[in-house]
Design a protein around this ligand. Structure first.
Ligand code: PEP
Length: 246
């Protein structure tokens, strides 16, 4: 079975209604063999969902609550994302782990809630520079995966390998570094479920740009990308989308 080719835009705390319009217009006239998902800040989800209805573009949340409902001011439940048309949600992004103290246990609970709500969870994993330099990359990534993989719906899972040192820094993993970790992730997932591992979409994230996208996406175990900064620029994002192997 062919694996899904996928490019996901993570706008983080950026963008506005104009970017929603500009990005949708640009993507409407683009040729892209990959599936495209845009994860804007939550207030723009509904507008984006409406604008993309006749296009082959999905919408995703950048996070969801570990609670389904209740007195949790500021939180957004997975069911709410699904109700406004989201198909995906990013979970375990390194910014959530580092800035909002999200740990593997919390992330695993969020993955379960997201999947129960019918969303595909995009689980982000990756090592810091210090961990890489200490030779711990694969240990770190496997620990982040194992917290989730024991109780997961593999049909609603995408994994994004995002070395923390490459996110928003302009520094990208080399294609060899990225492929090495992607292959190790696929092998590790196979120890939980061989069939799922062969079908799992594995994305690379970390300063992907039009200039490096094609060589990264050409690697055997890289099925697309999770794009931060470059997803805010229509020309750059379209160029990255069209760099995915079809
Ligand atoms: C990200 O936020 O997931 C990301 C990969 O950001 P950037 O592309 O800006 O490094």
């Amino acid at each position: 079975m062919m694996r899904q080719s996928l490019v996901i835009a993570n706008w983080k705390l950026n963008g506005n209604l104009k970017l929603v319009d500009d990005m949708v217009s640009a993507l409407a006239s683009a040729r892209c063999s990959a599936d495209v998902v845009i994860c804007p800040p939550a207030p723009y989800l509904a507008a984006l969902e409406t604008a993309t209805q006749r296009l082959n573009i999905e919408v995703g949340g950048q996070n969801c609550s570990v609670y389904s409902n209740g007195a949790y001011t500021g939180e957004i439940a997975a069911e709410m994302l699904a109700e406004v048309g989201c198909k995906y949600v990013l979970l375990g992004h390194s910014e959530r782990r580092a800035l909002f103290a999200e740990d593997d246990t919390l992330i695993a609970k969020k993955v379960q809630l997201a999947q129960q709500a019918g969303l595909t969870a995009v689980l982000c994993v990756g090592e810091t520079l210090q961990q890489r330099e200490a030779g711990k990359t694969l240990d770190v990534v496997k620990a982040q995966l194992s917290a989730v993989l024991n109780d997961v719906d593999f049909n609603r899972l995408v994994v994004a390998y995002e070395p923390v040192w490459a996110i928003g820094t302009g520094e990208t993993a080399t294609p060899e570094q990225a492929q090495e970790v992607h292959a190790a992730i696929r092998q590790y997932v196979a120890t939980f479920n061989t069939d799922a591992a062969s079908k799992l979409a594995l994305l690379y994230g970390g300063s992907v740009k039009p200039e490096n996208a094609e060589i990264l996406f050409a690697q055997d175990d890289i099925d697309g990308g999770l794009i931060g900064g470059a997803s805010l620029n229509t020309d750059q994002f379209l160029a990255i989308c069209s760099a995915v192997k079809g």
